[in-house]
Ligand binder design. Structure first.
Ligand code: WTA
Length: 652
């Protein structure tokens, strides 16, 4: 998206909401920054602590900020026990719908019982505080149950998205040093079964730290159960007994809760580490502020729990607030393109929190699919994961929201733990602008910097930075504090570098403009181009690889790979298919490139650096600009010719 085409002056006033000047919101924001300790001490009252903090914010070892230093709590206690003691005991915590249409529900009390049983299983296996539990599961109720049971005993969970390959799973297990893996016999995708246990078995060939594997029976497909290592989930739970209570571990607020791997600018994924107290306070308040859920809401965040959005907004936020959430295992277009609208109608969903990619997909499917359904239960809409283009925003607003519902565009990252820039219906909504996430949340001192670290003038694009700590921020990168410091605080002192471009308009609204680094957002999934390049060059046919994003009408962007081949290999469709298979095996299907372009040479600077800018220009058909540093202009022509050729072949 280019900042020059943004509709800075278009304003929307959804009729379902009271829209005002933003004075109240501004006051909260200012209060949070002028006296963070007082502000957060007050907010933290919403959480049940076993012991109060000595200090709200200890910044003596910045950027390793310590929130609620000295306090003790347990997150599963906050998500379950405290509701079970109230009228919420029999309220639904989850309504789960499987891909094949089956529905399972859990009240807070039922969820509490399941979590206690699994926590006992974990303890009986010898797991204790600080141990890591790797999780490789589809979106089934056992996934949040596993996370909560892990939190209950003080273990650290490391969830790996179930679409990742065996190699990707093994890398993450090994980095985290997990002792236990929780997985399933299989999963469903568009009516077919996926053999995720086979992937797990392959990964486990090279993960020496894993001692036991708990296997949930989901599909019933035949699998290998390794004697002495693999245990059925249902057997283990049955053995744990019917009425089990496991005392929730007293965790320090600063103890880690989970590791979640995400892509960055090097080949090795980053183990983003989140803590307990600050993260929970942030998870709780950000949901309250943005969506203002009530006891009656049926809240549906469509994310997979394998990503941060699912961790925070399918598990820790809604459960700590006491909301009823819907979890859905399947895809939006199976068995038909109205699956989501059908779900909303049948379950009476009131809050829909989804992605720009989904919105653009529904635009493509056509309005007739949703016109078949009564969507009047909806009262507010949300979006996350990638910039929402104004056309998609307006469609979402007009067609789904009927100009009644606010669109809560939430900008945030795996690292930030929760929302950072978003309209806040729980404090005060200001007029919305199509494609703007509006203003920063309390505690979020967002700014747009130029290359030199100076704030850019209104309307000028720059780098989005956060100039003060907030409770939900990552604690560090797992076992790599240096990389943490370097990646996020290395560019400007005491200033968190987001890696995103943004622009602030003359009224102070923030507009997010996509990644400023080598990270792609493909259908909202975060993929490092360097990871893809490493995967490609690990194939014997590939000598060099350069991957970049290309704009896509539905997915936002898609990866396009340029490769040069080793001698003895010739470009062919078979080789292309093999490379795609290789990427699916080393990373997973989400990283599948849109095109693999085989060229003789890549454009390089005199110092040998691949000129990505040139490749990008080739892809988008833009002028190449200044090529004075390129060794050999012929290679550009080469690539151009090959690319044109390929496009022709593809469109035939
Ligand atoms: C992008 C997902 C524009 C952004 C929660 C960020 C967004 C990256 C938005 C983090 C949004 C997320 N508007 N861009 N509302 N939300 N992004 O770690 O580039 O998977 O840096 O976290 O997604 O992706 P991650």
């Amino acid at each position: 998206m280019s900042e020059t085409s943004l509709p800075f002056n278009e304003k929307y006033y959804p009729s379902n909401e009271k829209i005002s000047s933003g004075e109240k919101r501004k006051q909260e924001w200012e209060k949070s920054l002028s006296n963070p300790e007082e502000f957060w001490a007050e907010k933290a009252k919403a959480i049940d602590w076993f012991k109060k903090w000595d200090k709200v914010l200890d910044d003596s070892d910045a950027p390793f900020y310590k929130w609620f230093q000295g306090a003790e709590l347990n997150i599963s206690y906050n998500a379950l026990d405290r509701h079970v003691k109230t009228q919420r005991k029999n309220k639904l915590a989850y309504i789960w719908e499987g891909e094949m249409g089956e529905v399972r529900t859990y009240t807070y009390y039922q969820l509490y019982r399941e979590v206690n049983k699994l926590a006992k299983v974990f303890k009986d296996l010898g797991l204790k505080k600080g141990d890591r539990i790797a999780v490789y599961l589809p979106v089934i109720p056992e996934l949040p149950i596993t996370l909560l049971a892990s939190a209950r005993i003080g273990a650290i969970h490391a969830v790996v998205f179930s679409g990742f390959s065996a190699d990707a799973l093994a890398d993450r297990i090994n980095d985290s040093g997990a002792k236990l893996l929780v997985t399933a016999d299989g999963s469903y995708r568009r009516g077919k079964t996926v053999a995720i246990k086979d992937n797990a078995d392959r990964a486990l060939e090279s993960t020496p730290t894993v001692e036991k594997v708990i296997v949930v029976k989901r599909t019933g497909q035949p699998i290998q159960m390794k004697e002495g290592r693999d245990i059925w989930y249902h057997d283990a739970l049955a053995a744990a007994g019917a009425n089990v209570y496991v005392e929730p571990e007293r965790m320090q607020a600063t103890d880690p809760l989970f590791i979640l791997y995400t892509s960055g600018t090097t080949g090795k994924p980053k183990g983003v580490q989140h803590g307990t107290g600050g993260y929970l306070v942030w998870a709780y308040w950000t949901l309250k502020w943005a969506f203002n859920p009530t006891e009656e809401d049926i809240y549906w965040c469509t994310a997979d729990i394998g990503w941060i959005t699912g961790h925070t907004y399918n598990v820790y936020s809604p459960l700590s607030v006491g909301v009823t959430s819907l979890l859905f295992e399947g895809t939006p277009d199976y068995p038909a393109q109205d699956r989501w609208w059908d779900i909303i109608e049948r379950h009476g969903v009131t809050i829909l929190y989804s992605t720009p990619t989904a919105v653009r997909m529904f635009m493509k499917f056509g309005e007739e699919w949703l016109n078949k359904h009564d969507l009047n239960s909806l009262r507010i809409l949300g979006t996350v994961g990638e910039p929402i283009n104004p056309e998609a925003w307006k469609w979402y607003y007009r067609v789904i929201g009927k100009e009644r519902l606010a669109i809560i565009d939430t900008w945030w990252q795996t690292e930030t733990g929760g929302f950072m820039i978003a309209p806040l219906s729980g404090i005060e909504l200001t007029p919305l602008k199509p494609g703007s996430a509006t203003f920063p949340l309390p505690s979020v001192k967002a700014e747009v910097y130029d290359e030199k670290g100076q704030p850019t003038p209104a309307g000028t694009k720059g780098f989005l930075v956060i100039k003060s700590p907030w409770p939900g921020m990552l604690q560090t990168l797992w076992k790599d504090p240096e990389r943490f410091k370097q990646t996020y605080f290395g560019r400007w002192q005491n200033t968190y570098y987001t890696g995103d471009y943004a622009v602030k308009d003359p009224e102070g609204y923030f507009w997010l403009l996509g990644r400023a680094d080598e990270v792609l957002k493909v259908a909202g999934h975060r993929i490092g181009t360097v990871e893809l390049e490493s995967a490609l060059v690990s194939h014997p046919a590939v000598s060099e690889a350069a991957v970049m994003g290309k704009e896509d009408a539905v997915k936002g962007e898609v990866p396009v790979a340029f490769v040069t081949l080793r001698s003895g290999f010739q470009p062919s469709d078979e080789l292309r298919a093999e490379l795609i298979k290789h990427i699916r095996n080393t990373i997973g299907p989400i990283a599948t490139p849109d095109a693999i372009i085989m060229v003789n040479k890549l454009p390089k600077t005199r110092s040998g650096k691949i000129m990505r800018r040139v490749l990008k220009a080739v892809i988008v058909g833009a002028p190449l600009g200044d090529l004075s540093t390129i060794e050999d202009e012929a290679s550009v022509e080469d690539i151009k010719a090959t690319y044109e050729d390929l496009r022709k072949q593809l469109t035939k």
